[in-house]
Design a protein around this ligand. Structure first.
Ligand SMILES: C[S@@+](CC[C@H](N)C(=O)[O-])C[C@H]1O[C@@H](n2cnc3c(N)ncnc32)[C@H](O)[C@@H]1O
Length: 282
């Protein structure tokens, strides 16, 4: 049975006090400094301050990560240069620049192509990851393909099969809503995204950290996959959301719904212990 820990705190303070070196994977989905309405974060800061702050987070996460451990750092595509720079300057070794292509319509621009993806930079502590599970998925066959596939395809660095929840009307059942039907957190990450990240870069029994836990998607997925997890979140309202979400599993959070999609992955049972069995959370 895995253990999860939910901490209400400023992640930089928490990171400064954490003295172990036992983190295998960290998912970093910070506020993007784009003027969103966070209760405990000023999302319009001078660029230099914002990146200096994130650099400290990356540096501290590096210190508590095991050799070969991984970080997945999500950001806006326009910030790619800063992301790669601070990863490099804090000691991380770059592995992939994942393109997470959004399913909703692109954001139009006057003098550029419209924007339709977010980046997730992946990096490791040291040249080689200690774990990288090559995942195969049963992607639909493109119309120009002549033959059916027998056993799916290996995932590439372009992820266009995961629906985002950040567009209200489109978010469906998975978005956590209040009694009025409004989303409680407009930046909730999809379960399918964390499922992929955790499956690829950890083994059962590993520890996953999320310093900007939000609604706790990382913990909900990690727990079902029998990974330990630590979620840090500054906003007490979201802490309540995470606690409730982990108490009883909502159907939309149940990772077993994706098992079939990954069925061609080599040794899938080893990295996904529960398989199709629905896990009880509490
Ligand atoms: C983009 S959201 C993360 C959403 C998350 N991935 C999810 O699935 O819900 C960023 C979160 O970081 C939190 N936050 C902002 N500053 C923080 C800090 N210094 N320490 C911890 N959490 C912080 C915000 O309250 C917000 O919930």
């Amino acid at each position: 049975m895995s253990i999860y820990e939910i901490v209400q705190r400023n992640c930089l303070e928490w990171l400064g006090k954490y003295s172990e070196k036992n983190i295998h994977l960290t998912f970093i989905d910070p506020p993007f400094n784009q003027g969103k309405d966070y209760r405990y974060f000023n999302d319009i800061q001078p660029e230099e301050e914002y990146w200096a702050w994130l650099k400290q987070v990356l540096s501290k996460v590096y210190q508590i990560t095991v050799d070969g451990g991984a970080v997945y750092f999500m950001q806006r595509e326009k910030n790619t240069e800063d992301v790669l720079k601070i990863l490099r300057e804090t000691g991380w070794i770059f592995q992939n620049l994942l393109i997470w292509k959004k399913k909703t319509s692109a954001v139009p621009s006057e003098f550029r192509f419209s924007k339709q993806y977010q980046i997730i930079a992946t990096a490791t502590k040291g040249e080689k990851p200690r774990v990288f599970n090559k995942l195969r998925v049963d992607l639909p066959i493109p119309p120009e393909y002549k033959y059916e596939r027998d056993n799916g395809v290996y995932l590439t660095d372009v992820w266009d099969d995961i629906r985002e929840l950040t567009s209200g009307y489109f978010a469906g059942d998975e978005a956590i809503r209040n009694s009025k039907g409004d989303r409680v957190h407009t930046q909730q990450s999809p379960v399918a995204l964390l499922l992929r990240i955790i499956l690829a870069s950890t083994l059962p029994g590993d520890t996953v950290l999320d310093p900007f836990a939000g609604t706790g998607t990382t913990l909900v997925v990690a727990h079902q996959l029998e990974r330990n997890s630590i979620g840090i979140e500054i906003d007490p309202e979201y802490i309540k959301v995470i606690e409730n979400r982990l108490k009883s599993l909502r159907p939309a959070d149940n990772v077993s719904q994706y098992y079939n999609y990954y069925r061609y992955t080599p040794d899938l049972k080893k990295i996904w212990p529960g398989g199709k069995t629905v896990m009880q959370m509490a």
